[in-house]
Ligand binder design. Structure first.
Ligand code: ZN
Length: 456
């Protein structure tokens, strides 16, 4: 504005002057002003164009149909789309759609479309010719090519996208007042991998109660790339957590028969379980039932556990590793101990004559650690152990409930496991020292499956 005013001022002062000089000067100034205006308009237009490019976004859920000069029609799958909806929009008849969808299922394992991710490419040899080829990007690792030569012989071919699996290492620490979940997210661990870690460590620790600020953890896991672009995450290969009971490490290992599992540093099955019968070889004297006649009360009452014959003073071991959440007395159970094993399982031991030394509320116990001694306290007709398993707050039958399997390695497998463990540890150290390097490990599963096939 100031500049414009100055220019006007200049013109005014010049107008006062007279003769040719004035005319010439005016022409000179007009050219000057004009070029400035043109420059300003150009600048404003460039800014508007930039704004449009930066802030314009197509409406969500809109069908994005782009026809490129090569006569490709790209259709992004949106929510509510079906194969027939998309094909009929491209002019396919119901008969053709039925044949094509049957062929897709038969020849290309086509299952379902994923909104926001899958894509169709309808290809025509030239703009006004019928579609000759369809390419469906179905799932992150599937590409289906359909040759539309003659309608009845749709040739569907499944092309697997080459997967480049790299190894990622992330480490973190529980922040003050934070949860494992949030601290792991802060460490850059993807959500799906965090959930896998939860499942792996659930029998070792309680993610609600055993978390303290400063506990360190790390995860080694797979990331799958296609043409240098990350597509998804693979499996957890190793995990470490400084739990209350001490450091817990787990490694993934695939046996020569192709079965994969997680094992601790010594090759013991890392997925710990609960014992259905805490006291070995104890005879069951009363089963779990929804309703039975109570021997003392005389009326029908559900028996929420299993009774094992156990002479007074028989040591009662913990059915699994966990934390004591109750060590108390009530009229029904007498002296009892309740252990929380993880976010899912709790066990209860009743009618004890006495508790084991050092077992208090809050004590963490190992599997097999003696927590008390059998007796006949509470509503009981004779010395026995009354044992309950509570899964997600509901009493379940200890003899039939599905529990995670314990899988230990034999000597030959243990030797191979130790080699794999050394390889994973070396990878962890290397990535810890230089997080930016690209590391690829031999895919154990692939190698083992290959050996299996060759044997056959
Ligand atoms: Zn009982």
């Amino acid at each position: 504005m100031k500049k414009a005013k100055d220019i006007l001022k200049k013109i005014k002062s010049l107008l006062i002057q007279s003769g040719k000089k004035i005319k010439n000067t005016l022409i000179h100034i007009n050219v000057h002003v004009l070029s400035r205006i043109v420059l300003w308009i150009a600048a404003v237009m460039v800014i508007i164009a930039l704004c449009v490019v930066c802030f314009y976004k197509p409406a969500r859920n809109a069908v994005l149909v782009a026809v490129s000069p090569e006569h490709h029609t790209i259709v992004d799958v949106k929510s509510g789309d079906t194969l027939s909806k998309i094909l009929s929009a491209q002019g396919f008849s119901i008969r053709d759609i039925n044949t094509l969808s049957a062929n897709l299922k038969k020849d290309a394992d086509f299952v379902t479309l994923r909104a926001g991710r899958d894509k169709f490419d309808f290809i025509r040899p030239s703009e006004h010719e019928p579609i000759s080829k369809i390419i469906i990007e179905n799932g992150p690792w599937n590409r289906i090519e359909i040759d539309c030569g003659t309608p009845d012989t749709w040739q569907c071919q499944k092309i697997e996208i080459e997967r480049d699996t790299r190894v990622a290492y992330k480490q973190g620490e529980i922040a003050k007042g934070s949860s494992f979940y949030l601290s792991a997210l802060d460490a850059g661990i993807p959500e799906g991998i965090i959930l896998d870690v939860y499942d792996l460590l659930a029998f070792e620790m309680d993610f609600e109660r055993d978390i303290r600020a400063g506990q360190k953890f790390y995860v080694l896991y797979e990331e799958n790339f296609a043409s240098d672009k990350k597509v998804d995450n693979g499996r957890v290969l190793a995990v470490s957590f400084d739990a209350l009971r001490g450091n817990v490490k787990m490694y993934r290992y695939v046996k020569p028969n192709g079965h994969a599992g997680y094992y601790d540093e010594h090759g013991n099955g890392a997925i710990k379980s609960l014992k259905r019968t805490p006291i070995n070889n104890a005879k069951i004297t009363s089963k779990f039932s929804g309703g039975r006649k109570h021997p003392v009360l005389g009326f029908t009452r559900a028996h929420k556990g299993v009774d094992f014959r156990a002479p007074t003073g028989t040591p009662i071991p913990a059915a699994g590793a966990g934390r004591v959440i109750a060590r108390s007395f009530n009229r029904g159970h007498g002296n009892f101990v309740k252990i929380r094993h993880n976010g899912t399982y709790e066990t209860l031991y009743a009618h004890m004559s006495k508790f084991a030394k050092g077992v208090n509320v809050g004590t963490t116990v190992r599997q097999g650690q003696i927590i008390g001694y059998s007796g006949s306290t509470g509503l009981s007709t004779g010395p026995h152990l009354h044992y309950e398993i509570i899964k997600n707050g509901v009493h379940v039958n200890p003899m039939t409930v599905k529990l995670p399997a314990i899988d230990n390695l034999d000597a030959a497998n243990k030797k191979m496991f130790m080699e794999r463990k050394a390889q994973l540890d070396a990878t962890i150290n290397s990535l810890h020292a230089n997080p930016k390097q690209i590391v690829r490990l031999t895919d154990e599963e692939k190698t083992q499956n290959q050996t299996q096939k060759e044997k056959k």
